[in-house]
Design a protein around this ligand. Sequence first.
Ligand code: CP
Length: 340
Amino acid sequence: MAVIYLQEFLLQETFLSIKSVIYQLTTFLSLVFSLRFKGRDIISIEDFSREEINYILKSSHAMEPLAAKSSDMLKGKILATLFFEPSTRTRLSFEAAMLKLGGSTIGFAEAEITSVRKGENLADTIRTVENYADIIALRHPLEGAAKLAAEFSKLPILNAGSGAEEHPTQALMDLYTLQKEKGKIDGLKIALVGDLRYGRTVHSLAYALSLYNIELHLISPETLRMRHEVIRAIKNKVSIKEDTNLDNIIPQIDVLYVTRIQKERFPDPAEYAKVKGIYRIDLKTLKRAKKDLVILHPLPRIDEIAYEVDNTPQARYFQQVWNGIVVRMALLALVLGAVK
Ligand code: CP
């Protein structure tokens, strides 16, 4: 009897281990075949799985030495930067990333000097520029503009900021910075602070963070709470706590992601005046924070982080700027098929 039990047990165990091997193999194969970046648009961070994001972060790490000395990986390739809204970091870091990989750039930093001024629409602009370049980075004040451009374009479109909607490449550099500064993303208590309604970076970042095992604190004035559609999309994936008071959570958090109140997106200047300068991080704030707190900001900053904070070990927002180069180098190389 005992022998029969043993045989059944061994059969069951063998079956389970075969099942486990098959499971692991199919997971590995689906990962390999699903990690396709060549020719892909980067419109929303929601289009990416955790495995794909981790792969981009790994590829970004591999770009660090190339960013320090440059390469000819993308020699002969042209990036077009079409910026219909002001930018310092995103446009220049996309261009620097392309130049560091041996490619070239064309483009414009304001629509006023282009044929848009004469009435040309976005679709025609895209169908024109695709004759001159291999990849397009687009910033536009209208939500949905990047998606529309991707529908018309034969070239991959990189969303460099679409109105108040999303800024997916910023979210990738934010995650890369978290991983570099904290050695991990899982397990962190992260506060997004400021304008969670009109700030596109926090929308993309919240979507991306919902793929990790983190605690998310959303700190904003009532009128600038995180958009309902973002909350709806992430609430079953990640622990969320909303508050208007930053002081309440300062001592417990590991990462403080501060954002500017987006004055230009307020329909009513009186509403902006009510929330202007509502949060300010200064040395007094840091006294109550963890010693290894990491402060990030997508920049530009206005007055939400005092200059006195810049020289503290917690201030990592200018390191975050550097990380934008390596992440955008990785994205260009992956989407143009120079790395797999
Ligand atoms: N973080 C960011 O998008 O900065 P710019 O507006 O300067 O590109």
